[in-house]
Design a binder for this molecule. Structure first.
Ligand SMILES: [Zn+2]
Length: 313
């Protein structure tokens, strides 16, 4: 029997000539209170915005942050493009128990959004963290193979090199990304399906990737410009809308804290000045926001029309 919420989890809006669909892998608590997830973020900001943070972004009873893992599906110029691929199934994640050996019906949800694996033309990994590359591959027998056989996977060379264990970098994340490169990046590279880009990469007339380092060295943002519509997919530069109001507040997962702050401010400024929808990877609630400048900070001006997961149960 199919749960009703699976159907409701699929949701689509139109931005110029591009459609944008949200497909959920997970929504709920992430085992961290605000002061752990966002060290140094002002406690008074969480208090001031609490009336609308609960329940979509904060559990009112436990004070644990609520977060989503979701894939953004774009249809543009006849092609199907996925932005980030979540955690994935059956992956050994010894240092991230919450993501260890998941077994979700994500591909079923993707199919209900009208996307079969073979339909996907392009996969964008905004960066190569554990929760952004998981469905790049799936387990077939004892081998990890590309989930999307006809897709070109776009990754920034900077992140590919940083997370490649052969280069022996020492990430702030510690072992949080253990096994991720080996089971979710290398098999796609070996299959010849990865395109490594450097400064930027134009996908089509509406979509362009740009480097936005800070959260990771090769973090990227996807800009959408179609007709009068603008959007910017910012990956993990924002995990909570509180960071719109407090743009200097980083997550505890930002490799370069000063770089992440500068990039967040730059992109929020661009979004405010261009009336662009800001689409982070992990927002629950309406999933994306329009922003406005407020002094030397920003504020949420309005939300995208996506239905909150909390209203879909
Ligand atoms: Zn993430």
């Amino acid at each position: 029997m199919e749960p009703i919420e699976v159907e409701a989890a699929v949701d689509t809006i139109t931005l110029g000539d591009v459609t944008l669909t949200r497909v959920r892998e997970y929504f709920g608590p992430v085992d961290m209170a605000p002061e752990v997830f966002f060290p140094g973020s002002p406690a008074e900001a969480w208090e001031a915005h609490r009336s609308w943070l609960v329940p979509d972004f904060l559990d009112g009873r436990t004070r644990i942050v609520n977060s989503a893992i979701q894939t953004w599906v774009l249809r543009s110029e006849g092609r199907v493009i996925l932005v980030d691929t979540g955690v994935g199934n059956h992956k050994d994640r010894p240092y991230a128990p919450v993501w260890n050996r998941l077994n979700t019906d994500f591909l079923g949800d993707l199919a209900r959004a009208g996307v079969r694996p073979e339909d996907v033309d392009i996969v964008i990994n905004t960066h190569l963290h554990i929760d952004h590359v998981g469905w790049n591959t799936y387990l077939e027998g004892r081998s990890w193979v590309p989930t999307f056989p006809n897709a070109t996977y776009l990754m920034s060379r900077a992140d590919f090199d940083f997370w490649n264990p052969a280069n022996e970098h020492k990430p702030l994340l510690g072992r949080g990304n253990q096994n991720v490169f080996e089971d979710s990046v290398a098999p796609v590279r070996e299959a010849g399906q990865v395109l490594l880009w450097e400064e930027g990469h134009r996908i089509d007339g509406s979509l362009r990737l740009d480097l936005a380092p800070g959260h990771t060295p090769g973090s990227s943002v996807l800009r959408l410009e179609s007709g009068s519509e603008r959007a910017v997919f910012v990956g993990d530069l924002l995990h909570s809308p509180v960071q719109i109001h407090e743009p200097d507040s980083n997550s505890c997962f930002c490799e370069d804290p000063a770089g992440a702050r500068a990039t967040r401010r730059r992109l929020l400024g661009w979004a405010a000045d261009n009336n662009a929808l800001v689409v982070p990877a992990h927002l629950g609630g309406h999933g994306a926001a329009e922003v406005v400048r407020e002094g030397d900070k920003f504020a949420v001006k309005g939300w995208a029309p996506f239905a909150p997961y909390t209203e879909q149960v």
